[in-house]
Design a protein around this ligand. Sequence first.
Ligand code: XMP
Length: 513
Amino acid sequence: MEQKIVILDFGSQTTQLIARRIRELNTFCEILPYNKFPDNTEGIIGVVLSGSPLSVYDADSFHIDFNKIAGHFPLLGICYGAQLTAQTYGGKVEACPTREYGRAALSQLEGTDPLLKDIPLNSQVWMSHGDTITALPNGFHCIASTESVRYAAFRSDNEAVWGVQFHPEVFHSIHGSLLLKNFVVDICGSQQQWSPSAFVEETVAELRATLQDDHVILGLSGGVDSTVAAVLLHKAIGQNLTCIFVDHGMLRKNEFTRVLADYQTLGLNVIGVDASAKFFADLKGVTEPEAKRKIIGRDFIEVFETEAHKISNVKWLAQGTIYPDRIESLNITGKVIKSHHNVGGLPERMNLKLCEPLKWLFKDEVRRVGRELNIPKSLIGRHPFPGPGLAVRILGDITPEKVAMLQEADDIFISNMQAWALPDNKTLYDEVWQAGAILLPVNSVGVMGDERTYEKAVALRAVTSTDAMTADWAHLPYEFLAKVSNEIINQVKGINRVCYDISSKPPSTIEWE
Ligand code: XMP
């Protein structure tokens, strides 16, 4: 049985980061809502309690049954998790006069504690809390303090229970990963066997056992997740997997043929369907962003379903759903941050079972698995691209002419990015999370030669991010922007102006629609 750490989530924004840090230690971990600690504890080697936007003394604060955990598994409470631990064992938690937010230094350390092994005095930690522990419970002692927080870290004298007021999972806690390693590896005894190759081996074996001789269909999008899911399934069940790649007419320039060829080289059994005429007809005159998305989603399902019905004996629908998609929809605070965009509703309509082989992975892990499967860089290094494609990058109504214009501008932007060399054999494209051009619904006056022009404007968007939940606009070199702008205006007929989008997410989003 695979070892795992359970992270009980109290709604902190950094819960996912705790999971990533633990995965970086090649240890499997799972985020569960705070009130869903499983009865079947097989494989669990330790438990982490996350932070929370709430106070432990709020009437509606979240509580757990410590009897199920403490004494059975090593326990580490972080921020709210630490306060809850202290309060439950009889300590005191009170509101700070001022909320403490930002950097602090561990000015006192009990160096012999295994949680703090090799962490130097004055190590920088990141604090973000409105409450503080003012008295530890009996049977607990302090193991680290900062200037303003007496009980920055503490532990039980008798049980394997620790609490830290700061956030070891964030980048600004300089030795935070080391602290988590001390907990996960030394204290919980992780053998650090979670790796892309182990994942591939186990998943392929599991898929074979579950699917046996069943036929599976999968919708390919050209993106990383569906590609890796397809190759993994192909490795497990070979030609019993049929992939369907729908061209809705709003892909990037030459993308349909290029990606289809890549898939065929990988040996996948792919049906490419050019349904662009249907999508263009149904989108004609539609300008409202949500209406466009709905039409595209509906048409996609119709086309996919028609193709799928041509394949006999299909029992499963596979999807490239990844872990963050599911965590977002499981978020205990009940807020949906981004709706999850796979072939919604299809499994029920077609009476198919759902197969999601990547459902435990983060995006960077999907890429590592992709490399392990020898998927070419042209497929796994690709930027994310929205399901509705250029339709959400053409503001206003969509016509084949506008798509063609935007495809040209986008191609100039992206191919220049791929050609812009940086040190270490990288290009600007590798440094950016995602980029694209947006066709704006305005005309402006320009002059070309001696002629007055009155043509369209495009905006260029490039962002850096780790998960698309937050993003910053990429600080692209001016020389690069100048080159791209020149080429677009000189080469793309109908465009006489180029702007660069300098908005971050939040409050903007990555896509304009
Ligand atoms: P936003 O615009 O919400 O985008 O900041 C976040 C990430 O999601 C992608 N995106 C989509 N992907 N179908 C998709 O498959 C969609 O409808 C869709 N909308 C946005 C976007 O490209 C970015 O990576």
